[in-house]
Design a protein around this ligand. Structure first.
Ligand code: AMP
Ligand code: ZN
Length: 489
């Protein structure tokens, strides 16, 4: 029997749990967004696509979803902790630009890439620099609750004080004693009571570019703080789903839990979701390992890893081949297989319009459709959904070959379900390109006929073909190599 209840793997409990939103019919969801100091790579995209599918499925189920995905434009330091330069400032100095020019440039790129992948925009996309007041208020609250302290103009979260009442390390499965033994002496540690304490506010040095006034010093907020301030502002002190890449579990999300809990005495998140990493030759794709591929390098074919270009929809379809909690390795072979599968899927959608209809169907269409829901209800299992859609494709092909029957109403029902799960849930659209394979093939035949006419000095036919195409909005160009090509005029 198919599963009718959505279950989500909660990384905080390590179990699949029934999804019951805090307020019936509504879902509050927060996903950590990019730090806009560089172009997003395909690894980042995988995480955003994984949560786009989650968002899309919740919408299909009829929930009113508020998705908040932030833009980190200050506070994320080079070390991913409390030391080093701000990533955006560093890039700004390197390129001799204002930090906000860096932010603007890479936010625009991020939005373009999200659009190419057909990711839905979030309901709210708040920036860290736009929420300084909220962050300062949150720090004041944590200090007055006794879980943070000021030291030389900076403010640190008091991890051991927090751990007396709550559990620091619960999400990532770390014990505070182990964490203590792994800490090294780093810059600024002398300001802390305990090396595990993390910065909520840092006093800025005079040459620091991005800084604001606060009750403690002229400075800037800690990286983890923005997500707590913005999620509680837009989704409340406790909300339904928090997502991000697996690599953010510690320290980023652990610190978010500590901040939210110490400020409001409530666990901020009901379901934690973590997406696994995209790898290249088995290694995590990352800017720092210098093995990242940019989306546009893949779409244009202009990269050192792959011999041809891939359409964004094919890449998205490829990303659906693994469950979001499994790693996914990027190889040419897997991309080519995804391209084949993608074509087969859309061909069968054309076929379904032209099959012979019968009085009755020879297969239980409701069961096929139910299997689509069952796959997604099982912790958003996209690869199983794809497999179940291909079961439907197999059935359509049987009907086409006269080996199975389908009634008119079942045909419409099945087609609607396939389109809805493919386009609305997986976000995979047909490639609507006037230069699609079929059109290319047709045009090659016409161009060959024209070349033949020209070779035979049959100018009348050659001109008729050219003028006829011109009327249809297609321009033929005779190239220097004697061959002809075409384009939309
Ligand atoms: P960042 O801009 O570095 O904060 O990363 C943005 C998002 O991309 C975070 O949720 C990361 O966890 C995620 N991410 C980074 N590298 C990868 C990767 N190789 N595969 C999947 N997600 C990644
Ligand atoms: Zn975050």
């Amino acid at each position: 029997m198919a599963n009718n209840q959505l279950e989500i793997y909660n990384s905080n409990t390590g179990e699949k749990e029934k999804f019951i939103p805090i307020e019936s019919g509504f879902v509050g969801m927060y996903v950590c967004g990019p730090t806009v100091y560089n172009y997003v790579h395909l690894g980042n995209c995988r995480t955003f696509i994984s949560f786009d599918v989650v968002y899309r499925y919740l919408l299909l189920l009829g929930y009113k979803v508020r998705l908040v995905r932030n833009i980190t434009d200050v506070g994320h330091l080079e070390s991913d902790a409390d030391t080093g330069e701000d990533k955006i400032t560093k890039k700004a100095k390197l390129e001799k630009l204002e930090p906000m020019e860096i932010v603007q440039k890479f936010t625009i790129d991020f939005h373009e890439v999200m659009k190419q992948f057909n990711n839905l925009p979030p309901s709210i996309e708040p920036t860290a620099t736009g929420h300084l007041i909220e962050q300062i208020d949150l720090i004041s609250k944590i200090i007055s609750n006794g879980y943070a302290y000021e030291s030389k103009g900076s403010v640190y979260f008091d991890v051991s004080k927090y751990n007396e009442t709550y559990d620091y390390g619960g999400l990532s499965g770390r014990k505070i004693d182990e964490l203590m033994s792994n800490t090294r002496d780093l810059d600024g540690q002398d300001e802390k009571r305990n090396p595990l304490d993390f910065a909520l506010w840092k006093k800025a040095s005079p040459e620091h570019l991005m800084k604001w006034s606060s009750p403690w010093s002229i400075g800037f907020p800690g990286w983890h703080l923005e997500c707590s301030a913005m999620s509680s502002k837009y989704l409340g002190e406790t909300f339904d789903i928090h997502g991000g890449g697996m690599d953010l579990k510690f320290p980023h999300h652990e610190c978010e839990i500590a901040q939210g809990t110490s400020a409001h005495d409530k666990n901020p998140v009901k379901y934690w979701m973590h997406a696994n990493m995209l790898t290249l030759n088995g290694k995590k794709m990352s800017k720092s390992l210098d093995n990242s591929i940019l989306p546009n390098e893949l779409f244009s074919g202009n990269n050192k890893h792959f011999s041809k270009a891939y359409h964004p929809m094919v890449v998205r379809f490829f990303m659906m081949q693994a469950h979001y909690r499994s790693t996914l390795d990027f190889t040419e072979e897997a991309l080519n297989a995804a391209e084949k599968g993608y074509k087969k899927l859309f061909e069968s959608l054309n076929t379904i319009d032209n099959v012979q209809l019968s009085e009755n169907s020879s297969e239980n269409i409701d069961e096929i459709i139910q299997s689509f829901y069952a796959a997604m209800n099982d912790d958003f299992n996209a690869p199983i959904l794809v497999a179940n859609i291909f079961n439907a494709v197999r059935f359509i092909n049987l009907v086409k070959d006269g080996k199975a029957n389908i009634s008119s109403s079942d045909r419409d029902k099945l087609k609607k379900a396939i389109i809805s799960f493919t386009s609305d849930v997986l976000g995979i659209l047909p490639i609507l390109d006037s230069k699609s394979d079929k059109v290319d093939d047709l045009m090659n035949v016409i161009i060959d006929l024209r070349t033949e006419a020209r070779n035979n000095k049959d100018w009348k036919t050659a001109d008729r073909i050219r003028d006829g195409l011109k009327n249809a909005g297609i321009q033929i160009k005779d190239n220097k190599d004697g061959k002809a090509s075409w384009s939309n005029s």
